[in-house]
Design a protein around this ligand. Structure first.
Ligand SMILES: Cc1ncc(COP(=O)(O)O)c(C=O)c1O
Length: 434
């Protein structure tokens, strides 16, 4: 198989060294940092992006399956969303009082999302999940929280992970983790402290899929113990369905959090749910300077309208179904049993089944070779509507074939690590069981 000409990363390397002098980690986000890439053989800085393609500072082009960690759902520079942003820019970015845009967006979300009776906006997913926990604590008068999945950078959640440095022990003690699908475990947890838990917070869909039976059991258990059930739909929201996983699985939580794809890249998130709980917003403190910033609200309204008109989640699912089938075939033809693809059609996931250091080597080799072939991405395959083009999908599979053949050569050699052209990826932490 003909290999693509090696990419150059000279400007990337120079910029990385320069950035390290003023920016710790040279990035604002762990998953976008050098930790997540084979250094020297990967882009670290982007210069522009359009539809589903992106260009790094060295001018290398990629089909992008990271999508900025999922805020892009239509495509980069979507003309309709960008027109809505430009039109709002001419009227003003932020105002001294609320705007009609807030009401319009809240009304759309209430129409679309089963649990939504009232809505408040934030800028990040972490704003929404932290607001949900504060609401739950205010509503129940209890302090403890049980979590499953990833819920953002704030103390109440991150203290329960291995990245807990800087979080007081007293805060860490209030959060307990549970396992997706383990009804008995959750029953033991809540039953063991019947008046202790304020909220059960989970991503309603695990990497391998959602479990309606489990979600229904959580609904009954939380009702029984008076615990607020919170679905963190920051990944599933809009992608699985415009109404979220709660609509697909038919289980309605008390509160839910949306973010990421809400504004096709603009920073906006929402906490929403039952009016009885949401009304505690009048007494708790969830209030910030940039709440109600208008460009993001306009972008979100345009994103929802376009996704609705295009039947967006169905288009994403059909791209994912194609990629699941075709990438599985590529991996099988290449003879790479240690790499598989699974997950949901709206969010396929590439898994490496090797043990220990070998797993990290193979993960790094795969990301390195995908990048060499012109595919940005690795673990989660993030899909946007702009991927839904025959030429893009054909090129994606051709590039995967090139990458798989290069990984195969390395994996079959006595020392696969020798094929790495830089330091391997370092894991940030793993919170979602694969
Ligand atoms: C499920 C989930 N919840 C919450 C968050 C936090 O969102 P943000 O990074 O926008 O604060 C994320 C971010 O990746 C997420 O995936």
């Amino acid at each position: 198989m003909t290999r693509p000409a090696p990419k150059q990363f000279n400007r990337t390397q120079a910029l990385y060294e320069r950035a390290l002098r003023t920016i710790p980690l040279a990035s604002q986000t762990f998953s976008k940092s050098a930790m997540n890439f084979v250094r020297g053989a990967s882009p670290l800085f982007m210069s522009r992006a359009h539809d589903c393609r992106t260009w790094d500072v060295d001018g290398n082009e990629y089909i992008d399956y990271m999508l900025g960690l999922m805020p892009i759902i239509l495509g980069y520079c979507d003309p309709d969303v960008d027109a809505a942003i430009r039109a709002q820019l001419d009227r003003g970015i932020i105002f001294s009082l609320a705007t009609e845009l807030e009401v319009e967006l809240a009304e759309r979300l209430v129409r679309m999302i089963p649990c939504a009776e009232m809505v408040r906006f934030g800028k990040n997913g972490s704003d929404a999940t932290s607001a949900a926990v504060r609401l739950a604590r205010a509503h129940t008068g209890r302090d403890r929280v049980a979590v499953c999945g990833y819920h953002g950078w704030h103390d109440w959640y991150i203290g329960s992970t291995t990245r807990s440095l800087g979080v007081p022990a007293a805060v860490r003690a209030l959060t307990t983790t549970f396992t997706y699908g383990d009804v008995e475990g959750v029953e033991r947890l809540l039953g063991g402290d019947p008046n202790g838990f304020a909220a059960l917070v989970l991503e309603p869909v695990a990497p391998n899929g959602g479990d309606k039976h489990f979600l229904s059991a959580l609904r009954s258990l939380t009702e029984h113990y008076g615990v607020v059930l919170v679905f963190d739909e920051i990944v599933s929201g809009f992608r699985i369905d415009l109404g979220g996983a709660q609509k697909v699985y038919g289980v309605t939580p008390d509160l839910a959090c949306f973010g990421k794809a809400m504004g096709n890249g603009m920073p906006i998130a929402a906490v929403l749910g039952r009016a009885e709980i949401m009304r505690h917003m009048e007494d708790i403190f969830f209030s910030g300077t940039f709440g109600g910033e208008a460009l993001s609200l306009a972008a979100s309204i345009a994103t929802i309208d376009k996704l609705t008109a295009l039947n967006g989640p169905k288009r994403i699912e059909s791209v994912g179904t194609f990629l699941l089938r075709e990438i599985a075939a590529v991996l099988q033809q290449a003879g790479l049993p240690e790499i598989s693809i699974g997950g949901m059609p709206w969010h396929p996931i590439v898994k490496v089944t090797a043990e220990g250091a070998r797993a990290m080597t193979i993960t790094s080799l795969l990301r390195q070779e995908l990048i060499a072939s012109g595919i940005l991405g690795g673990g989660g395959i993030n899909i946007c509507i702009a991927h839904d083009e025959p030429a893009i999908l054909e090129t994606t599979i051709a590039r995967w074939k090139q990458a798989a053949s290069a990984v195969c050569e390395a994996v079959r050699s006595p020392d696969p690590a020798k094929y790495l052209r830089g330091d391997p990826i370092r894991p940030v932490f793993q919170v979602r069981a694969q």
